[in-house]
Design a protein around this ligand. Structure first.
Ligand code: GA4
Length: 334
């Protein structure tokens, strides 16, 4: 059954408009990883936005391009073939349905385990007919490089904050048991979009949410669509840049920093003429890991803002939630 298109429209909402207020208009923090003074800016970006753009990231363009072209090939193949790689429970191909609780988006996707095993029998990969192992290798190369960058960022953050050791965050991603996910999203153009012309409404590709993990690293082609929610509740459109990465703080990092860093609410809106392709690495801890504010970060009598929980509990609660739910609220101390 095909869900009606009305389900994909957002309610009318406030948009940030830089013409109104050119002086106060916030810009997305830019982090140059090749510069030694980026640490301070990184911490500031995580506190103020929970979001930033990274250049000189060190991920070889060749890995990015290979993955982009394989993914594009996959999404342009017949639906019947793509469906052989689905449904995504928990991993595989998904179409319009997001999660298990009735969320929809104008999007197709591949959800993969980011664990780098050479499991060529993985049913998701068997649809890459001529050579399933090849796709696995391309994903492995890309994920390995992006994970390395994510760890570098997490180490710079720990360092700048003067934490007990610079790998307090990165060791969770490096752990063999790390519960990390990799996702490729394909947002097809929606020609009906103009027909609908619902004033103030937008066609939602991926509805508003925060990411539950520690850190998310996104790369997209040059089609716009990503928006982040600012403190005043307005939506700011993120200009796409295919040669850079965009990073956001996840709920778990917000908890581990006792709320100093903010997980950013974000969403993707559809485009009427161009397709958008994005690939996101979600760095998560092992399932048994206790997620709690780091001791070395608490000052004086500072108390934890959160009840104690493991990543297993948080992930379970996330899987049972709707996309737009405030998942952290359940774990906040009153
Ligand atoms: C959002 C971040 C990641 O894409 C994801 C998503 C997950 C899914 O697609 O299965 C969820 C969503 C995400 C949070 C709430 C639940 C679970 C869809 C959904 C409605 C893979 C993740 O870890 O959480």
């Amino acid at each position: 059954s095909k869900p009606p298109i009305e389900l994909f429209f957002s309610k009318p909402c406030k948009q940030t408009n830089n013409n109104n207020n050119p002086l106060n208009f916030p810009t997305i923090p830019l982090i140059d990883l090749s510069k030694s003074d980026s640490k301070h800016l990184l911490v500031k970006a995580c506190q103020e936005f929970g979001f930033f753009k990274v250049i000189n990231h060190g991920v070889p363009m060749q890995f990015i391009n290979k993955l982009e072209s394989e993914a594009t090939k996959f999404f342009s193949s017949p639906l019947s073939l793509k469906q052989k790689a689905g449904p995504p429970n928990p991993f595989g191909y998904g179409n319009r349905r997001l999660g298990q609780n009735g969320d929809f988006g104008w999007v197709e996707y591949l959800l993969l385990n980011a664990k780098l095993e050479s499991d060529h029998k993985n049913p998701t990969f068997s649809v890459f007919e001529e050579n399933p192992g090849n796709f696995q290798c391309i994903v492995n190369d890309y994920v390995t490089a992006v994970k390395k960058m994510a760890c570098e960022i997490l180490e710079l953050l720990a360092d700048e904050m003067g934490l007990e050791s610079r790998n307090v965050f990165s060791k969770l991603l490096m752990d063999e048991q790390s519960d990390s996910v990799f996702r490729v999203n394909y947002y097809p153009p929606c020609p009906e979009l103009q027909e609908y012309e619902m004033k103030g409404k937008k066609l939602i590709g991926f509805g508003e949410h925060t990411d539950p993990q520690i850190i998310s690293v996104l790369r997209s082609n040059n089609t716009s669509g990503l928006e982040i929610s600012l403190r005043d509740g307005s939506w700011m459109s993120v200009p796409p840049d295919s040669s850079s990465f965009f990073v956001n703080v996840g709920d778990s990092l917000q908890v581990m920093t006792n709320g100093r860093f903010k997980s950013v609410k974000h969403r993707v809106v559809a485009n009427s003429s161009k397709s958008r392709l994005s690939m996101i690495y979600f760095g998560g801890p092992p399932l048994s890991e206790k997620i709690a504010p780091l001791d070395s970060l608490m000052v004086g009598e500072e108390a934890s803002l959160y009840k104690e929980f493991t990543w297993f509990e948080y992930r379970k609660s996330a899987v049972n939630s709707r996309l737009s739910d405030n998942r952290l609220r359940l774990f906040e101390k009153i």
